[in-house]
Design a protein around this ligand. Structure first.
Ligand SMILES: [Zn+2]
Length: 279
């Protein structure tokens, strides 16, 4: 018995050590596998984002470059002529909202086309309005995600990032992207040179305004009076009027439309071939 046990003992020790080493080996392989998968996953994700961005930032289709160049020349010629004609560009920021239906109905009544700079979360809530505005021939532009100065202008690429996210939402809804943007509170004073360069590199066109209706401030018919006053003192510029998709704005909108219509103004929507208006 003793002899047998003495003989068995080293054997079982070898067995225990062997099994332990084998398990450690297996565990090692298992961990290495997980790490490899993780790295590959994140790499795949990065490549995906880069590819998406590449397609995404193509401002105009390359195979159509000549036609687009011709369109651009034609649009800019027309734009120069408009300076001496009665044309007005109404622009509405911060929507869509509960006021959008009323705004769209009033515009329709005057056969007026306008431009809407939408916020991403609002588009998600009022996607039916986005579809309606697009179908009715209005232009859709992007206004960003957060509307928070500290976030929108946090870095030199944050404007582009917010507009990209907003554009993805727009594409989900109308199957089209827009290169027209209006940054919250306008391009000045928050955008620096590098930020503007990055926006241009991404293909976006920044549109400011030359008439601020101050509708958010007045919240009554005084904004109509103020807008008309500014319009009548605007020289050699095509009026691009800033308004907001608010109930108070909607309530007085027909007064403004009525005045402009009687004065013989044509209401047009901004397009991507035009020369953007800056401060
Ligand atoms: Zn805004």
């Amino acid at each position: 018995m003793e002899e047998k046990q003495e003989k068995k003992s080293p054997k079982s020790k070898v067995l225990i050590y062997g099994t332990s080493i084998f398990f450690v080996f297996l565990t090692g392989i298992f961990i290495l596998n997980i790490l490899a998968e993780k790295t590959e996953g994140s790499m795949r994700k990065q490549v995906g984002t880069l590819q998406e961005k590449k397609i995404y930032h193509e401002p105009l289709p390359k195979d159509n470059a000549l036609i687009n160049e011709q369109k651009k020349t034609a649009a800019r010629k027309l734009q120069a002529e408009e300076k001496h004609k009665k044309v007005v560009y109404l622009t509405f920021d911060d929507g869509p909202s509960a006021a959008s239906s009323s705004i769209l109905a009033q515009l329709k009544k005057y056969n007026a086309k306008a431009t809407f700079f939408y916020l991403e979360p609002n588009m998600e809530t009022y996607s039916n309005i986005v579809i309606q505005a697009h179908k009715e021939g209005h232009s859709i532009g992007l206004h960003g995600v957060t509307h928070n100065v500290k976030k929108v202008y946090a870095t030199t690429t944050s404007v582009v990032e917010e507009m990209d996210t907003t554009n993805e939402e727009l594409e989900k809804i109308i199957d089209q992207k827009s290169m027209l943007i209006r940054t919250p509170y306008g391009s000045k004073p928050y955008m620096n040179e590098k930020s503007i360069k990055n926006v241009e590199k991404a293909g976006y066109l920044i549109w400011d305004w030359d008439i601020d209706s101050r509708d958010w401030y007045y919240q009554d018919k005084r904004y109509v009076k103020d807008t008309i006053k500014q319009l009548n003192s605007l020289k050699d510029r095509t009026p691009v009027i800033l308004m907001h998709e608010r109930q108070a704005t909607a309530k007085q909108l027909s007064q403004l439309l009525d005045y402009l219509d009687k004065q013989g103004y044509e209401f047009k929507a901004i397009n991507e071939y035009m020369e953007p208006v800056h401060f």
